[in-house]
Design a protein around this ligand. Sequence first.
Ligand code: LLP
Length: 404
Amino acid sequence: MIYKKNKLILDGFDVVYLGKKYKTPLYCYSLKKIKDNIQKLKTNFKKINPLICYAVKANANLSILKEIKNNNLGADVVSIGELIRAIKAGIKPKKIVFSGVGKTSAEIEYAITKNILLINAESKSEILEIERIAKLKNKIVNIGIRLNPNTDAKTLSQISTGKKENKFGIDQKVFLQLVNYSKRSKYLNLKCLSVHIGSQILSHKPYQDMLRVVEKVVKRSDHKFEYVDLGGGMGINYDNNNNKLDLKKYSKKIEEFLKKNDCKIIFEPGRSIVGNSAILITKIIYIKEGTKKDFIILDAAMNDLIRPALYGAYHRIIPTKKTKKITNKIYEFVGPICESTDTFTTVKKYQKLNEKDFLVICDVGAYGTSLASNYNLRPKPIEILIKGSKIQIIKKRQKISELM
Ligand code: LLP
């Protein structure tokens, strides 16, 4: 995104033009950005040659999934819905891993029928359930077991998953018992150790700690894991400063691990592939002047983008037309929903805004639309994808009639 003659341009398109043509709130994705992000991962982890399984939960739009498939990625799914969608997008079952702490019998059965690469189990009960269904079907099922490495990902507490107080994964002691159990089973083929310590991780250090634990557990288990699935979590830069995860350093640590452990690495990145690929274009409905600050009331709300309300997450909001008139007022950007948490961010210094102006909420490609809802009976927004010089509508705006 750049300003040309003070107008905000995304991949050659004037953002105001897009807002007027498709109406707001409008999610707009850049295919170029998605491809660049995938390429960046492939380049930085070239020496590791991982199987990259895109975490569908970050953005499950079918057209986006098809593009991801066209770039030869696999998928990490966490529900039968995501699994069906990934297969529909053309992703080969042999490149799909299934994660999650509460897979139902129906979900396990479906995954077994589809012969996916791995079901990553997260409890003893789940392993027994997979074994029971495998026996019924007289099939040998490839599984992974998710280790809880008790590693602090040093990210938002709400999106941290690798500490012992989190519900995810299995602690070392039980993990080792389950390895022994699975090895003896006629219906289970234990192929993978998986971990995922959290999301929006910006330092390689937590990953380094995690790898140390993984290495220790692999050694203790005395089992040849064909795969080690390191999960996702690679953070992106929401602040426009230079604080970003050093992928090269992370790669180096994995290379050291691979020297001692011969296995194939799997990644499950979501945010790092789609996070910065989209903007949410919104229009100012009203400006409500307050005593301490002015409320900039947008037509986008927490039902369209819940990250700020849910995690206190920060998304930059930038003008679509730059002017030099700076206001000395404090602006709070809010949505129209009847909740005090329906607020995006507050700024102290900003250019003077007017009602009907278009604004852009940045970096909303991951966990934007996938967490969107119909709260307050608001229809879900339209989504478009810029593909070179073309624009594809990849999700129509929901009609009010569909909600009735
Ligand atoms: N693998 C597993 C097992 C996961 O639980 C997740 C994310 C991922 C991979 C992908 O992580 P990523 O590469 O996208 O960081 N809604 C929150 C993020 C929740 C992440 C849940 N798990 C947010 O908006 O920040």
